[in-house]
Design a protein around this ligand. Structure first.
Ligand code: HEM
Ligand SMILES: *[C@@H]1O[C@H](CO)[C@@H](O)[C@H](O)[C@H]1NC(C)=O
Ligand SMILES: *[C@@H]1O[C@H](CO)[C@@H](O)[C@H](O)[C@H]1NC(C)=O
Ligand SMILES: *[C@@H]1O[C@H](CO)[C@@H](O)[C@H](O)[C@H]1NC(C)=O
Length: 343
C-alpha cells in the first residue's frame, strides 16, 4: 500500500492530467471539412448515393432525416445518441415525448452505416453520417448546399430525461421554445431559420389537434388559423378518437416535398400547421421573429443562406464527453461492447 501523501500527489496529478486533456480537446476546433480525407475518402459519395435512393423512393425521407439530425443535436450534442436502442443498461431517447411514435429514419441510417462500414470499417461515426445525410436530404428536395464539418464521435450514453427536457413541442409557448434554442447556443435567428425545415415533411394529428378544437393542451396563446384551412384539417384529424392520432398532414401543404420558402409565406397567411410555427408570426411576443418570418417569406435566397449557416451551427453542438470517451460505433443502434468501457 502506498503512503497517503503519495497517493494524494498521484491523485492530483491524475486530475491535472484529465483537466488538461479535456481542455486541449475543448479549445481545438474539433470539426474539419477533410476529416476523412485519407481514412474514408469516398464517404460523402456513399452517403449521397444512399440518400438519393431513400429520397427518390419517398421524398418524405428527406424530412425524416433532417428531423432525426435535429433531435440528435439537441440532446447532449450531435453524438448519435438518438440512434441508440433500449438495452438492459441503456434507456434510449426514442420514447421521449417528442420522439415516441414520431421520430423515424433509423432503418435508413442502418443502411447508410452498413455501406460506409463495408468500405471503411470502424472509421466514420454515426453522428457524422447523420449530419452528412441531413445536408444531402435538403439538397435532394431542392434546398441549399453547405459544406459539412466532420469529426464527431458517437456517445456511449443516451439521455431520455434530457430528450424530454430539450426538444421543443408543438404546443409550447414561443418564449419557452426560444429558451431551448438559446440553451443550445443558437439564436432567435437560428430558430426562425431552422424552423424553415418545416417546409418539408408531415406532422401527426396529435401534434396539431389542440389547435383545431380548443386550447386545452396549449401552454401558450392559441394562434389564429385561417378558417378554410382549419376545416380541411379537421377531416383528417377528428376531435375525438385515438385512431386518428397518427394520421398525417403536410407542414407545408403547398409544396410538401420541396425545400422552398413557402412555409414562411403560409405563416404570413395564418396557415402554419403547428401552433409553434404560427406563433413566430402572430404572437404579441413574436415581434423579432415576425420580422424574420416576413423577411424569409419575401426573400428565398436570404432564407437559404441563413438556413445553411444555422445548420452548420446546429451541427456544431458538441458533446465534450464524447470527444474524450466517445467512439465510432460499429452499429448505430448499440455502443461498442467490452474493452472500451474498462477505463
Ligand atoms: C422551433 C421548434 C420546433 C418545434 C416545436 C417542432 C415540432 C415539430 C413537430 C411537433 C413535428 C411533427 C411531429 C409528428 O407529429 O410526428 C415536427 C416535424 C418536423 N420537424 Fe420540427 N420542430 C421544431 C424545429 C425543427 C427544426 C429546428 C428542424 C430541423 C432543422 C425541424 C425539422 C422537422 C421536420 C423535417 C419535420 C417533418 C418530419 C417528418 O416528416 O417525419 N423541426 N416538428
Ligand atoms: C464550432 O465549435 C467550436 C468550439 O467547439 C468553435 O471554435 C467554432 O467556432 C464553432 N464553429 C461554428 C461554425 O460555429
Ligand atoms: C410511448 O408510446 C407507447 C405506446 O403507445 C406508450 O405505451 C408509452 O407510454 C409511450 N411512452 C412514453 C414514455 O410516453
Ligand atoms: C385520416 O385522414 C383521412 C383524410 O385524409 C380521413 O378520411 C380518415 O378518416 C382519417 N382517419 C381517421 C382514423 O380519422
Amino acid at each position: 500500500m502506498a503512503p497517503p501523501l503519495c497517493s494524494r500527489v498521484l491523485e492530483r496529478f491524475l486530475v491535472m492530467f484529465v483537466l488538461i486533456f479535456i481542455r486541449a480537446n475543448a479549445s481545438d476546433p474539433p470539426l474539419t471539412l477533410d476529416y476523412y480525407k485519407s481514412t474514408c475518402p469516398r464517404v460523402l459519395d456513399i452517403v449521397r448515393r444512399e440518400m438519393e435512393c431513400a429520397v427518390f423512393s419517398d421524398p418524405r425521407n428527406a424530412a425524416i432525416i433532417v428531423r432525426l439530425h435535429m433531435h440528435d443535436c439537441f440532446v447532449q450534442g450531435c453524438d448519435g445518441s438518438v440512434l441508440l436502442d433500449d438495452t438492459i443498461t441503456l434507456k434510449s431517447e426514442k420514447k421521449a415525448a417528442q420522439n415516441n411514435h414520431s421520430l423515424r429514419g433509423f432503418k435508413i441510417m442502418d443502411r447508410i452505416k452498413l455501406m460506409v462500414e463495408s468500405e471503411c470499417p470502424g472509421v466514420v461515426s454515426c453522428a457524422d453520417i447523420l449530419t452528412i445525410a441531413a445536408r444531402d436530404a435538403v439538397i435532394l428536395v431542392g434546398g441549399p448546399y453547405w459544406d459539412v464539418p466532420l469529426g464527431r464521435k458517437d456517445a456511449r450514453t443516451a439521455n431520455y430525461e434530457l430528450a424530454n427536457a430539450n426538444l421543443p413541442g408543438a404546443n409550447e409557448g414561443l418564449v419557452s421554445i426560444i429558451a431551448k434554442f438559446i440553451n443550445q447556443g443558437l439564436s432567435v435567428t437560428d430558430m426562425v431559420a431552422l424552423s424553415g425545415a418545416h417546409t418539408i415533411g408531415m406532422a401527426r394529428c396529435e401534434s396539431f389537434r389542440a389547435r383545431l378544437y380548443g386550447d386545452l393542451e396549449l401552454t401558450s396563446e392559441k394562434s389564429p388559423m385561417a378558417e378554410s384551412y382549419i376545416n380541411s384539417l379537421r377531416s383528417a384529424c377528428p376531435a375525438f378518437g385515438f385512431s386518428s392520432n397518427n394520421n398525417v398532414s403536410a407542414l407545408d401543404y403547398v409544396t410538401p416535398n420541396l425545400f422552398d420558402n413557402s412555409y414562411y409565406q403560409l405563416l404570413v397567411r395564418g396557415q402554419g400547421l403547428l401552433n409553434s410555427d404560427q406563433e413566430m408570426y402572430s404572437s404579441l411576443l413574436g415581434i423579432e421573429t415576425r420580422h424574420l418570418v416576413q423577411k424569409y417569406a419575401e426573400d428565398p435566397l436570404e432564407f437559404f443562406k441563413q438556413f445553411a449557416e444555422s445548420m452548420v451551427k446546429m451541427g456544431n453542438i458538441t458533446n465534450y464527453d464524447s470527444l474524450v470517451s466517445g467512439e465510432v460505433r460499429k452499429n448505430c443502434r448499440f455502443i461498442n461492447s467490452l474493452s472500451h468501457s474498462e477505463e
